[in-house]
Design a protein around this ligand. Structure first.
Ligand code: HEM
Length: 373
């Protein structure tokens, strides 16, 4: 009896795999990509695994990135290409033509299942929400990113940038680790907290009761990327039982408790203040969200927190990594650094205390190219 059950199980598994392989084969005829053998269960992950044995010094994520860069090189002349993780297609858009097609395609409005993972941090905020929630919210929030609103933030950017420079200058060392400070600076810009100085950070940690040692772990993005790269962590029941899953849960709790406390404070200020500072068509994001929650009831408290968490998460990790890498790369190429310096001297007339205006920023063509490469 046991033998029959076992044989049946093997037979059914074999049939299922054959069906999936046939489906994968048919799909792969429609898109550029490697042609996979019927017996290959892992799909393109086999290629990725080969990279894991290369350069022992490189972190895991870099090896995955190298594997992807290699695939992009192979298919760089195509509009798009498809890689298979087991029987899951991962489509990479290479040329702008493919991006245009996807954006115009009516049937491609919903996000992929992988975005479900982000819901733990973003909830129903813009990055992970379904189209029906995303579209009206995006329309409401778009107006906060009008150039007139953004222009109003230039003094804040100047102030935070100056504090960052002062911090580095006071440090006085020839070589320092910059990523944590830049991370704090970007949270500072997005959330409006003076975190860069250690004594300020300590005050915030105390005021918002952030657990010991957890302030540098407000980096949920890093853990999210870690899960994307490690395909064995994809199944929920495995991930949440690993140290990485438990770490993600505790970090997100810290972040969410932090934003919940701040939002309660802001809401109280909003409800008690007599005049709403940014009333009218062009409001800053937080004021608009509070309006939609308190005045028009278009957002529940949970919706409000989801959007705040989304902007805090999506806005700080991304800019921090961009700025950290930009500093590092500019440091590695002194001739590029010299040209940036010359341009800054020309625009600011060697006045290092001059606050940058919108006009000044528009004249920094070379720096713009360096940052966008
Ligand atoms: C160099 C800096 C940045 C990079 C590289 C970056 C990258 C991205 C990417 C690739 C997406 C699309 C994600 C997806 O749908 O899979 C995205 C979406 C988003 N980003 Fe950024 N971002 C940056 C800065 C910011 C900043 C400063 C903010 C907010 C203050 C922000 C807020 C958002 C939001 C809310 C979304 C979701 C938008 C939507 O789905 O409608 N990002 N970002």
């Amino acid at each position: 009896m046991l033998l029959i059950t076992f044989s049946l199980l093997i037979g059914m598994t074999f049939l299922l795999l054959a069906k999936l392989s046939l489906w994968r084969y048919n799909c792969s005829q429609l898109m550029p990509g490697r042609k996979l053998n019927f017996l290959n269960i892992f799909g393109d992950l086999i290629e990725v695994i080969k990279y894991l044995n290369s350069d022992a010094d490189h972190p895991f994520q870099l090896k995955i990135l190298n594997a992807l860069v290699n695939c992009c090189k192979t298919f760089q002349k195509q509009q798009l290409f498809c890689l298979w993780g087991f029987y899951t297609p991962l489509v990479f858009l290479v040329k702008s033509g493919a991006v245009k097609e996807v954006l115009n395609a009516n049937g491609l409005k919903e996000k992929s299942w992988i975005y479900e993972w982000g819901k733990l941090g973003f909830g129903n905020g813009l990055p992970c929400s379904q189209h029906a929630i995303w579209k009206p919210r995006r329309k409401m929030i778009n107006r906060c990113f009008h150039p007139d609103v953004l222009r109003g933030f230039i003094p804040i950017f100047n102030d935070k940038a100056q504090k960052l420079v002062n911090f580095f200058q006071e440090n006085g060392k020839e070589f320092i680790t910059i990523n944590d400070t830049i991370q704090l600076c970007s949270v500072d810009v997005v959330c409006g907290f003076p975190l860069v100085r250690p004594q300020n950070l300590a005050k915030i940690v105390k005021k918002y009761e952030i657990p010991e040692g957890n302030h540098s772990k407000l980096r949920a993005g890093e853990l999210f990327m870690n899960r994307i790269c490690k395909f064995w962590l994809w199944p929920e029941f495995i991930f949440w039982n690993t140290p990485s899953g438990r770490d993600t849960k505790s970090n997100l709790k810290v972040l969410k408790d932090f934003t919940r406390k701040i939002m309660h404070e802001k809401k109280e200020q909003y409800l008690t203040s007599e005049c709403k500072m940014y009333e009218g068509k062009r409001q800053a994001l937080l004021d608009l969200l509070l309006d939609l929650h308190c005045d028009t009831n278009q957002l529940s408290e949970e919706d409000l927190l989801d959007e705040v968490n989304s902007f805090a998460l999506a806005g700080s990790d991304t800019t921090a990594s961009t700025v950290t890498w930009a500093f590092y790369m500019i440091g590695l190429f002194p001739e590029i650094q010299k040209k940036i310096h010359q341009e800054l001297d020309r625009v600011f007339e060697k006045d290092i205390d001059k606050e940058a205006t919108e006009d000044d920023l528009n004249q920094l063509f070379y720096l713009d190219c360096v940052l966008k490469v």
